[in-house]
Design a protein around this ligand. Structure first.
Ligand code: D5M
Ligand code: FE
Ligand code: ZN
Length: 482
């Protein structure tokens, strides 16, 4: 239903022989009603002079000065997308290749550290008799804490090694190590010819100054819409989407929208899911998404990455949502479908997008980490330089010949979702964003005491890295965590 002011304004144009393009309607619905009459009269006068008798979104954008802001860049590049790189190996040899690739990539990363000059292979330290400390590196295969000591097992391509940790603080560091993560250890010989671990060094990221956009272009960070679920906050999301076309000065600077997975709720993802769906098929869910996405103005580029609820394959790395499910989305010029994880550059700002499935495994096994603070887990991932270190837990990992989950390129922004808690932080110059969700608490989440803060849109000024947020949730305790 059009409101009275809009109807009056439109009738004015229609009576002057004008046609109104549907995209102009959507735009006008968000314009301050008191200004409508003036805007329409001015556009009608201007276009009558040009003998052009249609009003479309472009006219309105010109009117509001959107098109005139030539300094607002909106350049993007997909720097990494696993979709075309997926070449799964098979069985044991596949996993051997995956772990060899993981080891080699991380060894290369750690080679930047001065200690690495002293690195030796596990096989060679076993035959050395030296009184000096030595360094080895490898993937953690086991960690055993008993009585007052911790034993750590590491493996490199030459063999495996067991070291003992006596120091209390170092034991705490070891407690934070994840199975299958890469670590470097300083070791010495013990009295009984065993090895004592004296230090543990994670690859980590160096302090850095981030790349910035030259202009104050904004990007919106979203994830976990769960379209198709009856808990999807459709009205609130719609309100946000409409705001993107409003004359609000920030909305006018938005050029990118990033969707970090769980765009739709999917089908058959958990037992009895059908009872919680309003759209029972993937096709219906994606159609609904297309409907919502089509309301986002064309000058905004939309990146869509899959999560564990989206169609395609479940194991990481995930290819982009397959085209066969929804040609409509794929064919939209302003929509870019990418796999999970993906790295994109927005006006030179490097964004690492990852849905975040591995958080489930990490919070279960790591002291001090929980679902309440996803950015702490994100820091942990950056320290290990891997997006999903633990193999064989809840997060399925495919036997890729190359480990595409190593964090090789250091991002300027690290964007994760999955845990439905919007939260911000910084780590060594990297802006950490968990983009929360647009799904109300589900019965499952309630049963495990998981409290989401859904309906918060996060917007980043790509020049200053200032983050703005809008809360579309009416619940007073629904706040952005920092
Ligand atoms: O996951 C939303 C959140 O709920 C995420 O933090 C994981 C958690 N979750 C979902 N299903 C399970 C099961 N089966 N066990 C443990 N934790 C779970 P989403 O990906 O949106 O479903
Ligand atoms: Fe989700
Ligand atoms: Zn998820």
């Amino acid at each position: 239903m059009l409101n009275k002011e809009l109807t009056l304004a439109l009738n004015y144009a229609l009576n002057k022989g004008f046609q109104i393009h549907p995209n102009a309607f959507e735009f006008l619905e968000n314009v301050d009603v008191e200004k409508l009459e003036k805007i329409i009269k001015e556009i009608v006068r201007e276009k009558t002079k040009q003998k052009l008798f249609q009003i479309n979104q472009d006219d309105l954008e010109n009117y509001f000065g959107i098109k005139e802001d030539k300094n607002l860049q909106s350049e993007y590049k997909v720097l990494f997308d696993p979709t075309s790189k997926i070449t799964s190996g098979e069985g044991i040899s596949g996993y051997n290749a995956l772990f060899a690739s993981r080891f080699n990539k991380l060894k290369r990363i750690i080679s930047d550290r001065p200690e690495s000059k002293l690195l030796k292979s596990i096989a060679s330290i076993k035959s050395t008799k030296s009184n000096d400390d030595m360094y080895v590196c490898g993937l953690v295969t086991a960690r055993i804490s008993e009585r007052n000591i911790t034993k750590l097992l590491l493996e490199d391509p030459s063999g495996s090694f067991e070291g003992i940790i006596f120091d209390d603080d170092l034991q705490k560091t070891a407690d934070l190590l994840l199975n299958d993560q890469f670590v470097m250890a300083r070791i010495g010989f013990g009295k009984n010819s065993g090895f004592i671990i004296k230090d543990l060094i994670s690859p980590d990221v160096p302090d850095q100054t981030s790349n910035r956009s030259e202009s104050e272009t904004f990007a919106v960070f979203l994830s976990d819409l769960h379209i198709g679920s009856k808990y999807f906050m459709e009205d609130e999301f719609n309100e946000f989407v409409l705001w993107l076309s409003s004359p609000d000065p920030v909305a006018r600077k938005i050029r990118f929208v990033l969707i970090g997975g769980d765009a739709v709720d999917g089908v058959g993802i958990y037992p009895n899911q059908d009872k919680e769906l309003v759209c029972q098929t993937i096709e219906e869910q994606l159609k609904k998404m297309e409907g919502l996405i089509s309301k986002i103005p064309d000058h905004i580029k939309i990146f869509i990455m899959p999560g564990n609820h989206d169609p395609g394959r479940r194991a990481l790395p995930q290819p982009a949502i397959p085209k066969k499910f929804n040609s409509g989305l794929w064919e939209r010029e302003n929509v870019i479908m990418v796999g999970n994880p993906a790295v994109i550059s927005l006006n030179g700002v490097k964004v690492l997008m990852f849905h975040g499935q591995s958080i489930d495994d990490i919070v279960k096994t790591t002291p001090g980490l929980s679902y309440d603070s996803p950015t702490k887990v994100m820091k942990h991932l950056l320290r290990t330089r891997h997006l999903s270190p633990i193999y064989g837990s809840q997060t399925p990992i495919a036997p890729e010949i190359e480990d595409l989950l190593v964090i090789e390129d250091i991002p300027d922004i690290f964007h994760v979702g999955h845990v439905h808690r919007a939260q911000l932080d910084m780590y060594k110059g990297i802006l950490l964003i968990n983009s929360g969700s647009w799904q109300n608490q589900t019965p499952f989440q309630a049963s495990v005491g998981m409290t989401p803060n859904p309906g918060i849109a996060l917007m980043v000024n790509l020049k200053t890295f200032q983050v703005l947020h809008q809360n579309y949730n009416s619940k007073l305790d629904n706040i952005l965590q920092s």
